[in-house]
Design a protein around this ligand. Structure first.
Ligand code: PEP
Length: 243
């Protein structure tokens, strides 16, 4: 546990046009004190704001992520963005298979499985999302759904993370799923990969629950949506005290 460096990632979803995004990124950059010494911070603006945010983050240790990506380098894929294009703008990370992409835009396990190796091949760290819907959790299918998503997504590689969505899970519920994911990866990719894998929790992370979540042995960070849109709440999350 202690050997895994925590990651706090802000997913801005479809919020913040370039000017506002640059302002928020500046506030976050200025508000981060020495947290970057022992944890990673990543911002994921919408595509059209990435260049403006990259400019603000230049020379800092804050990572920059795309929220999605096509696996090919280029081609006749209207409306898509390639790993090369993200890299060209200064991205270090890319979110893949977010629950909103899966539920609202038809993203499949197979699609995610193609994107993950493409991201790595172009020097982008995938923030690979898996997780059950509320209906699936309520019908006790969490582990089955997560197992399928993890196995399919990781078939071609070793991966980087997980997201819950909708209601906030209790730290105990999140820990249970994270431990399960680590066990799956141990089985498929070996102990060293499983131990090194950073598994982030996502789903209504706020300043008042980040501490309890991060105290769990298999929770290595958070993907933060709503609470990453305001500098003060995201900065509180980034600076959560280590227990
Ligand atoms: C997200 O978009 O990754 C997310 C977890 O959203 P929220 O924190 O708003 O639930």
């Amino acid at each position: 546990m202690a050997m895994r460096r925590p990651v706090l990632a802000g997913n801005w979803k479809m919020y913040k046009a370039a000017r506002e995004a640059a302002l928020l990124a500046r506030e976050i950059r200025q508000g981060i004190t020495d947290a970057l010494l022992d944890r990673d911070v990543v911002l994921a603006p919408p595509f059209t704001s990435i260049a403006a945010v990259a400019e603000v983050l230049r020379g800092s240790a804050i990572g920059l992520a795309g929220q999605n990506m096509h696996p090919e380098i280029e081609g006749a894929f209207t409306g898509e963005v390639s790993p090369v294009m993200l890299k060209d703008l200064g991205c270090s990370h890319v979110i893949l298979g977010h629950s909103e992409r899966r539920q609202l835009f038809g993203e499949t396990d197979e699609g995610v499985a193609r994107k993950a190796p493409a991201a790595l091949a172009h020097g982008l760290t995938p923030i690979l999302c898996v997780g059950e819907t509320l209906a699936e959790r309520e019908s006790d299918r969490t582990m089955e759904v997560v197992e399928r998503q993890v196995e399919r997504a990781l078939r071609a590689l070793s991966a980087d993370r997980a997201i819950g969505t909708g209601k906030v899970a209790t730290p105990g519920q999140a820990q249970e799923v994270h431990a399960f994911i680590r066990k799956l990866v141990d089985r498929s990719h070996g102990e060293a990969a499983a131990k090194a894998l950073r598994i982030l929790y996502g789903g209504s992370v706020k300043p008042d629950n980040i501490g309890d979540l991060m105290a769990q042995g298999d929770i290595d960070g958070a993907l933060v949506g709503g609470a990453s849109l305001k500098a003060d709440s995201f900065l509180k999350i980034v600076h959560y005290p280590k227990g």
